[in-house]
Design a protein around this ligand. Structure first.
Ligand SMILES: Cc1cc2nc3c(=O)[nH]c(=O)nc-3n(C[C@H](O)[C@H](O)[C@H](O)COP(=O)(O)OP(=O)(O)OC[C@H]3O[C@@H](n4cnc5c(N)ncnc54)[C@H](O)[C@@H]3O)c2cc1C
Length: 402
């Protein structure tokens, strides 16, 4: 068995898959290993998200998020079209329900324009004409936003990587140790009960919620921690499958742009509502009841966590309430859609966001990369990283070979 590769990619989520495909396109004869601790790709964030192909509504124009998201919208749609993957560019309406939100919406409108989108403001009446089940005092319609199934997109990216390149997959294989020497990258892997070693000339780590752990395994300085935030969704009863023609979003709080449950048309013809954001009891603690003691100790020893919780104490309490009570959850939805009641909320799979937080307790909003001579780690890739995966991969590969 060959255990020396030109490139090693850790993580078969959408970012790792896009990196593997990009490497295979640019270096079809070089050997690439993909190492994934799960038995299948896209088992974490990439297979547990809202499925929205974002257009770049929220991100500061100078940010990597704006750049890669806008490019990623086109690249994702092109990939879907060429490979018969389901997608729909249904558009979205951001709905304001009071004067504070209207002022924020006006700023968001301006930001959309700076990001090259062509948003349209809607009056209360125009919202009702476009979406009879939705109400608000003002709205903003963005046509470009779409939906897809990112699990299928990830699988497709991996198939493309296999078709074009020289790929070896290691599933159910966990990276345990990373060592960089003048000769290359040396990885120790756990595969069931055995340990194996592989060597690579260059390494790209796309480990999602474990991003900081892998950076530290390599001994690189890491001035942030990944804090896992569970996002809980509900699926609406089938009579609400067509409750809206477009995605319906509340106006985000600029300090916590990922908060605010939205109505999402899903590929498959149903509608979900969510996600909220509550501190998870472990990096993969999908059930609210599951507590991973080691993870709790890791989180509890991070001073940035307490500062973050203190800064966001109002949001922390209100999000926790939505987690414990459907009644509180539905209140958020009923601000813009009064027809949905508690009884209409059916269970749906949650997701866990990998969110980097600094020692000072600040959320790192933009994408972040951490590098060494022979390795590049994706340190922070929260939403819209599924939309942005293809341009992120292009940027990683050009950084890696420069
Ligand atoms: C609730 C929620 C909703 C979201 N909605 C959207 C949306 O609508 N649109 C959008 O664009 N983005 C959205 N996002 C963000 C998006 O899903 C993520 O940014 C993206 O999937 C990140 O991909 P990734 O490959 O970096 O991480 P992941 O998909 O988490 O993949 C990381 C992989 O690394 C593997 N791994 C970790 N450690 C090791 C190890 N030691 N050894 C081997 N393998 C390892 C993991 O098993 C995993 O498969 C959402 C995220 C969440 C959680």
């Amino acid at each position: 068995m060959k255990l020396h590769f030109d490139f090693i990619v850790v993580g078969a989520g959408i970012v790792g898959a896009a990196v593997a495909r990009q490497l295979a396109i640019q270096f079809p004869t070089k050997s690439i290993a993909i190492i994934e601790k799960e038995a299948k790709p896209a088992q974490h964030q990439s297979g547990r998200n809202s499925g929205v192909i974002h257009a770049g509504v929220y991100y500061p124009p100078e940010s990597l998020k704006a750049q890669y998201c806008i490019e990623g919208l086109g690249a994702t749609i092109e990939l879907c079209e060429k490979n018969n993957l389901p997608f729909e560019q249904c558009g979205k309406i951001v709905v304001a329900t009071n004067s504070i939100e209207e002022a924020r919406l006006a700023r968001l409108f301006h930001r959309c324009q700076l990001n090259g989108l062509a948003p349209r403001m809607l009056t209360k009446e125009q919202i009702g004409q476009k979406e009879p089940n939705i109400s608000g005092t003002a709205g903003m319609w963005v046509k470009q936003t779409g939906i897809t199934d990112f699990k299928r997109v990830t699988q497709c990216l991996l198939e493309k990587a296999s078709d074009k390149g020289n790929i070896t997959f290691y599933y159910s294989t966990e990276v345990d140790a990373i060592d960089e020497t003048a000769e290359g990258m040396h990885l120790s892997l756990i595969q069931g009960k055995r340990t194996i070693s592989v060597r690579g000339d260059l390494l790209v780590s796309c480990a999602g919620v474990y991003a900081d752990a892998l950076i530290r395994k390599q001994g690189l300085p890491c001035d942030f921690r990944i804090v896992p935030f569970r996002g809980e969704y509900y699926r609406l009863r089938s009579r609400f499958d067509t409750i809206s023609n477009r995605l319906i979003y509340p106006v985000p709080d600029p300090a916590m742009p990922f908060l605010g449950v939205h109505l999402t048309k899903m590929i498959g013809g149903y509608t979900t509502v969510g996600p909220n954001a509550v501190l998870a009891a472990g990096r993969e603690a999908y059930s609210g009841l599951k507590i991973d003691l080691l993870e709790w100790m890791r989180l509890a020893s991070f001073p940035g966590l307490y500062k973050l919780l203190w800064h966001l104490r109002g949001n922390v309490v209100s999000e926790l309430k939505t987690s414990f009570s459907k009644k509180q959850y539905i209140k958020q939805v009923r601000r813009y859609c009064r027809y949905i009641s508690e009884d209409d909320l059916l269970p749906y799979r949650p997701g866990i966001r990998a969110q980097a937080v600094t020692l000072e307790g600040e959320l790192l909003h933009d994408f972040k990369f951490v590098g060494s001579e022979r390795a590049l780690h994706v340190g922070n890739a929260p939403s819209p990283a599924a939309t942005s995966a293809i341009p992120i991969a292009k940027a990683i590969v050009s950084k890696l070979i420069s």
